[in-house]
Ligand binder design. Structure first.
Ligand SMILES: Cc1cc2nc3c(=O)[nH]c(=O)nc-3n(C[C@H](O)[C@H](O)[C@H](O)COP(=O)(O)OP(=O)(O)OC[C@H]3O[C@@H](n4cnc5c(N)ncnc54)[C@H](O)[C@@H]3O)c2cc1C
Length: 268
């Protein structure tokens, strides 16, 4: 069985995140990491491998589309236990929207599939932790012509059959599908493992390929900001946090001051 896990490199939420002058996210000058929500997808892929009758027959390939630094996301997935890595990097991709991102991912999955014979499962996170679109898995399924089972909180597989639990606001659905298919998993699937020291050392020797757009048959004119279907027209920095107000109750007027404050903010 061949599994591709899509892992996105995102700006570290604890870092000083910025936009570029063209309103795209600065992904080069800011520290980044493997999107935490994609760690769950890597974990589930590794568990499917470990539970397989013959784990050595299952290959987990981590796939990332992003700038040079995004290789860190693939490395982290390899350290967690993925077998191989693919990084698609090309200057023309900068500023790509969901439509272009899903095109590049789909073409890269097809190339990996052509090399391996077939891809049985494409796994994604439920959303990225930066743009949070939650749309890429569905777009990827459409482009690959595969069924999709999304937002899985529980993943089970037997042979080529997959069953997931999908938790909604009012009901939990059990959805089944036959591989090959695209799946996205939520943060309810269980803790993702930390890379062990052995895993970190082993990752250095694992196969890692870098594709340019020309390697996957994507025209540079079909990706990038200039062909994005929507435009981020304005971005503003969040105003700095103001100091809080301490209400003292030295003369018994605390309650009045407190209700006055809440009323001024329209909380009461
Ligand atoms: C006009 C416009 C301009 C934009 N400019 C930029 C820009 O300059 N730079 C930029 O990075 N983004 C840019 N974006 C956002 C970009 O389109 C999205 O980040 C990207 O398409 C993925 O969407 P998402 O992060 O919401 O993914 P979601 O749909 O939330 O992702 C779900 C899952 O898909 C997979 N996935 C998504 N993206 C990738 C990836 N790159 N590699 C591997 N797996 C992935 C992951 O498994 C992820 O958990 C722009 C968007 C618009 C509309």
């Amino acid at each position: 069985m061949n599994i591709v896990v899509c892992v996105k490199y995102v700006p570290d939420a604890t870092a000083d995140r910025r936009f570029e002058s063209d309103n795209t996210v600065d992904r080069v000058g800011v520290d980044g990491l493997l999107s935490e929500l994609d760690e769950y997808a890597v974990e589930q892929a590794l568990q499917l491998k470990e539970k397989a009758e013959d784990p050595s027959s299952v290959t987990v390939t981590a796939l990332c589309v992003g700038p040079e630094k995004a290789l860190d996301a693939v490395r982290k997935a390899l350290q967690m236990g993925a077998d191989e890595g693919v990084h698609v990097s090309d200057e023309a991709i900068a500023g790509s929207d969901y439509v272009a991102t899903s095109l590049v991912l789909a073409k890269a999955v097809e190339k990996v599939g052509a090399e391996k014979g077939q891809i049985d499962l494409v796994m994604c996170g439920m959303a990225s932790t930066d743009a949070s679109g939650s749309v890429v898995p569905a777009m990827l399924a459409e482009r690959l012509g595969l069924p999709q089972v999304t937002f899985a909180s529980v993943v089970e597989s037997q042979g080529d059959q997959v069953r997931i639990k999908r938790d909604g606001d009012t009901a939990t659905e059990v959805v089944g599908g036959t591989m090959p298919l695209v799946m996205s998993v939520t943060d309810q699937t269980g803790e993702a493992r930390y890379p062990s020291f052995k895993g970190i050392m082993a990752a250095k020797k694992k196969p890692l390929e870098t594709y340019a757009l020309s390697d996957i048959g994507v025209d540079a004119g079909d990706v990038g900001l200039s062909v994005a279907w929507s435009e981020v027209s304005e971005t503003n920095e969040r105003p700095p946090r103001t100091a809080g107000e301490i209400v003292k109750d030295e003369d018994g007027s605390g309650a009045e001051a407190l209700t006055g404050f809440l009323a001024s903010k329209k909380f009461i």
